[in-house]
Each structure stands twice: as structure tokens, then as C-alpha cells.
Design a protein around this ligand. Sequence first.
Ligand SMILES: Cc1cc2nc3c(=O)[nH]c(=O)nc-3n(C[C@H](O)[C@H](O)[C@H](O)COP(=O)(O)OP(=O)(O)OC[C@H]3O[C@@H](n4cnc5c(N)ncnc54)[C@H](O)[C@@H]3O)c2cc1C
Length: 388
Amino acid sequence: MRHFDVLVAGAGPAGSQAARVIAEKGFSVALLEKRQEVGSPVRCAEGVSEKWLLKHTGVEEPWIEAEVRGALLRAPDGTKAVMHYSEKGYILDRARFDRDLAWKAADCGAFLLTRAAVTKVLPYEEFFIVRTDHPLHQEIRATLLILADGIESRLAAQLGVRTTLAPSDIEMCLQYTLEGAPHEEGMIEMAGGNEIAPGGYAWIFPKGGNRANVGLGLLGSRSRAGFNARFYLDRFVAGRFPDASVIRTVAGAVSASEPLEEVCGEGFMIAGDAARLANPLTGAGIGNALESGALAGETAVQALKAGKRDRDSLEPYKQKLMRSIGNTSKKFYRIKEPFVKFTDEDINNMIRIVSKIDPSRVTVAGILEAAFKENKAVLALIRKAFFS
Ligand SMILES: Cc1cc2nc3c(=O)[nH]c(=O)nc-3n(C[C@H](O)[C@H](O)[C@H](O)COP(=O)(O)OP(=O)(O)OC[C@H]3O[C@@H](n4cnc5c(N)ncnc54)[C@H](O)[C@@H]3O)c2cc1C
């Protein structure tokens, strides 16, 4: 049986980033992916802020399908507001991006194995035995584990971590990539309303030319028989892009919850969507996956250098994660609760207020302030979260 310093389960952005950081420092790492090809099929609208790429991967031209400089916010009554981003954003070729990140980890020395689902993690005193469904590598031994197995993560639960998501903490998403969907170049669009996407929003993300990712997410607790994501998306697309053709369909879920309380334990860490790190208001998770993967990788390296694997030695991962993204995510979560209860009139009012602000001065905090101007408790929370 092969033994690795670290085994990473899942070759999404979180897992590949962790594996690369560890391999670069000369430790042995296995990166196991259940799918036959890393990155495919895509389950993402592919939008990411440049800051995360600059911090973790650099920006490579083949990954970029469109540049984004702002967002158009559309209310149920048609009122529009424009927000200019202070940082550039990109719409990625996510399949290529994910594949390249995994291959870069392999270039640094990681043992990348596809069609290798981790089925069981068995903790022993000094290591884990990991079972897989790969015919040639059915058991692998590893000193440390990084669980980066995404939203459907089942592995952390095997180690006693509570990962269940309530229906009110999960967005059910469906997206079509459309050909023949004219939209404003360089802008993403987000449309809210209870007849559009109850408890969520619809998006239009440019993919170059007249191609766009058009999708929506609705809260699991608001999905009903016959009124599911497909019903709402088909209606949205028929209204906005009646002449477009669907060239790709993407279905998936995004957590709209707080980060897991327990992101590390004896010999293991949990990263990315598996740790419920997507932003609970927007669903954005690529940047947080990269950040958490890098932090988990760095913590693993420190622990291995010290010859340790106990919970206390991995605790710095949790502390750094909370400082970097976790605490902000918790604040967004508290705001999410009242936000998803908004009536269409509330959303119309919010967008109307935002539409009067100079687009270069519109910020997420400003939008939230407009949303909760009548709700003093939430307003105080927003001010504390963003301005203190
Ligand atoms: C419809 C939709 C649109 C989205 N749009 C955006 C967006 O525009 N911008 C954004 O930032 N985020 C978006 N997200 C969220 C984003 O896709 C995730 O947050 C991000 O992929 C998280 O990365 P990850 O590495 O944690 O998990 P993943 O990318 O999900 O990677 C997990 C990997 O683990 C593998 N795996 C699972 N179980 C096992 C196992 N047992 N053994 C081995 N491998 C396993 C999976 O096959 C997968 O490759 C969207 C999500 C959805 C569903």
C-alpha cells in the first residue's frame, strides 16, 4: 500500500490548490478525483474576481472567456441599477481552469489520480487508511487528509463532522449556456424577485459574443413540485432570450450557510464547498475554495515539518480561515436570513435607491444599506460588518 504525507480528496479549485502548495514544499501528496476528467462537467457560472486569481494562480489567457467590470441589478418592476466594480472580474472557462490547476499540482509532484472516488476514510493513531473505487489503488495510507470533495461532501461526516444542510441553507441552481443571447458586454446581470427566483436570483454572465451563462438559484425551502429551478429558468429564458439556443445545461447546488464550525480535527482539514465556504448571499465559491485550499496546504506543511498531526497542530488552519473569509461569511449569513424574506416591493425599493447612486460608488455594503434602511437591527449589523 502506498503511503503519502497528505491525501487530498477532490480535485476542484480547493483540492488542487492544496495539493500544489504541499507538493511545492517537497512533501508527498495524492490528489484523488472521482470524475474521469478534472473539471468536467462544469457546475458553475464561472465568475471570479481577479483578486483571487492574482493571489493564488495568476491570470492565464486561455482561462478567460470574458472580462467583467460591473453588474447590472434588475428589480421585478424593471428598475435597473448599475454597479461598477473596483476590481476586475472574469468569466472563466472553468473546465480548463480546473484541469490546469490539477495538472499544475501534478507538475509540482502531486500524484493525481482520476476515476478514484474516495469511499471510506479510516482513522488510525498515526495515519488514515483511505479506500477508493480505483481498481489499482483500492487502499492508500496518508498521514494527513484534506477533504475538498465539494458541496455533496460525504467524507467529513465519516469523521464525525456534522455537515447536513437545511433546505433553507441551500440554493438549488440550474443554468443554460445560451447561444444567441445578446447582453451588455463587460457586465454581469442579476435579477431578483419572487416570481423570478424565490429566495435567490437569476444571473446573466457573458461568455464572449452573444454567448452567456443564464441561470438561477432558488432556496431549497422555496422549491415546490412543479415550481422548481427548471420552471423558473425556462420562464426567465423564454421572456428574455426567446430566440436563443441552449448549448449546455448545468445543474447543481450551492450552500447558503455559515462555514462549518469544525473545519479541522485529528489529522484532517476540510476545504472549499465541503466546508460550506461559498458566500451565503451570492453563492460565489471559487475564490474561497482557492483561499481555503492554500491555507489547508500551508498548515499541512507546517504540521509535517513539526512532525505533528494532532488537532491542535491543525487549529491554525481554522484561525486563519476565519480571519480571511470565515468571519465575513458568517456576517453575510446573518444578513441572508432577512434578505430572502424580501417582497418584490422591497426589492423594487432597494434597486430604486441604488439606481440613484453614482455607479462607481455603489458597493455591496451600500446595496445592503439600501435594502435594510427600515430595519435598524440589520442596518447596525451591516455597518459593523463592513465599516468597523
Ligand atoms: C450552478 C452554479 C453556479 C455557480 N457559479 C459560481 C460563480 O459564478 N462563481 C463562483 O465563485 N462560484 C460559483 N459557484 C460555486 C463554485 O462552483 C464552488 O464554490 C466551487 O467549485 C468550490 O470549489 P471546491 O474545490 O470546493 O469544490 P468543487 O469544485 O465542487 O470540487 C470538488 C471535487 O471533488 C470531487 N469529489 C467529490 N467527492 C469525491 C470523492 N469521494 N472522492 C474523490 N473526489 C470527489 C468532485 O468530483 C469535484 O471535482 C457555482 C455553483 C453552481 C452549482
